[in-house]
Design a protein around this ligand. Structure first.
Ligand code: NAX
Length: 325
């Protein structure tokens, strides 16, 4: 049996975590031979609810779950962790401006970035789920100067999975028939779900669907899917978000076997995206590392959309710049 690894989840008493922590503890995150110690962080007001989650984890008697830490202290939560799933964030309240949301979350992610810098394992892999996810990841990365910036990522895997599902329904194929799906940019309604290079059972996706469907149905449906879930369910996506977070870390840690996935990562300048911006790219993963897929042609339709979502991320970055000192 391997040595247990410490996995932190913030917002441990929230809706997403109520699916996520059970999936992690059951072995879905890091495989059936990897014991885990869960370190769950919450706000002081939610500690009682977090205790309830820990009791239910106990009651599952998961063989791989070698310990549970529940805390409202970031140092305790992040000490020696190899994975950080930063789910907890401040939700947008009624009448709250977008910039206020950015700044309130900015404070949370400055603190958490510093704590990762000081207490986490030097190779900690960080996934930010809490919105605005890309900019929160940027703030955490910038607040952790001693850690490799490459280890800070944000989640666009839910958008990726939504895109797979939409295309599979449209073409009457299995999701596993679909390869080379891409989400570019921000996890927001400016994201660009792109099927230019996608294949469906070996055929070019673009030969199976028309441009009108792509531009006026597929792209807006994926972009607006979060809002559609809220409308239907009365609450934001939770189980599907947890599932996507597991997919993201699982593939980063254990490899994507040559398949493309979407991850928001610090840009290295690929495709003209400014260096350091946390931007979703087509990615492959192997041996615990990810690489941005290179050499794709970007036509005018795509470039317009890549630029629009880049502009939004640059605006978000400007809105929080002073928090970074
Ligand atoms: P909930 O409001 O149910 O849970 C959030 C939990 O985080 C709460 O229990 C709260 O007490 C806790 N929390 C807040 N600040 C904290 C802090 N500083 N330290 C520790 N805990 C803290 O939200 P939930 O539905 O679980 O969603 C969590 C976040 O995920 C939200 O920001 C949401 O917008 C975001 N999402 C991101 C998605 C993505 O694809 N990137 C999709 C799903 C989801 O919308």
């Amino acid at each position: 049996m391997k040595k247990p690894v410490r996995v932190a989840v913030t917002g441990g008493a929230g809706q997403i975590s109520y699916s996520l922590v059970f999936a992690i503890a059951s072995g879905q995150l890091l495989g059936p031979d990897q014991p885990i110690i869960l370190q769950l962080l919450e706000m002081p007001v939610a500690m009682e609810a977090l205790k309830g989650v820990a009791m239910e984890l106990d009651d599952c008697a998961f063989p791989l779950l070698h310990g549970i830490v529940t805390t409202d202290d970031v140092k305790t939560a992040f000490t020696d962790i190899e994975y950080a799933l930063l789910v907890g964030a401040k939700p947008r309240g009624p009448g709250m401006e977008r910039n206020d949301l950015l700044r309130d979350n900015g404070k949370i992610f400055t603190t958490q970035g510093k704590a990762l810098n000081d207490y986490a394992n030097r190779n900690v892999k960080v996934l930010v789920v809490g919105n605005p996810a890309n900019t929160n990841a940027y703030i955490a990365m910038r607040s952790a100067p001693d850690l490799n910036p490459k280890n800070f990522t944000a989640m666009t895997r839910l958008d990726h999975n939504r895109a797979l599902s939409q295309l599979s329904a449209k073409t009457g194929t299995k999701v596993t028939d679909i390869k080379k799906m891409v989400i570019w940019g921000n996890h927001s309604s400016t994201q660009y779900p792109d099927i230019t290079n996608t294949t469906v059972a070996g055929k070019a996706a673009k030969s199976l669907v028309d441009q009108n469907w792509i531009a006026n149905d597929f792209i807006p449906t994926v972009q607006q899917r979060g809002a559609a879930i809220i409308k239907a369910r009365g609450k934001s996506s939770a189980a599907s978000a947890a599932n996507a977070a597991v997919d993201h870390i699982h593939d980063w840690a254990l490899g994507s076997n040559g398949e493309w996935v979407s991850m928001a990562v610090p840009s290295d300048g690929s495709y003209g995206i400014p260096e350091g911006l946390i931007y979703s790219f087509p990615i492959t993963t192997a041996n615990g590392e990810y690489s941005i897929v290179q050499g794709l042609e970007i036509d005018e339709f795509s470039r317009d959309r890549l630029t629009k979502t880049q502009n939004e991320l640059e605006e978000e970055r400007s809105a929080i710049a002073d928090l970074l000192g």
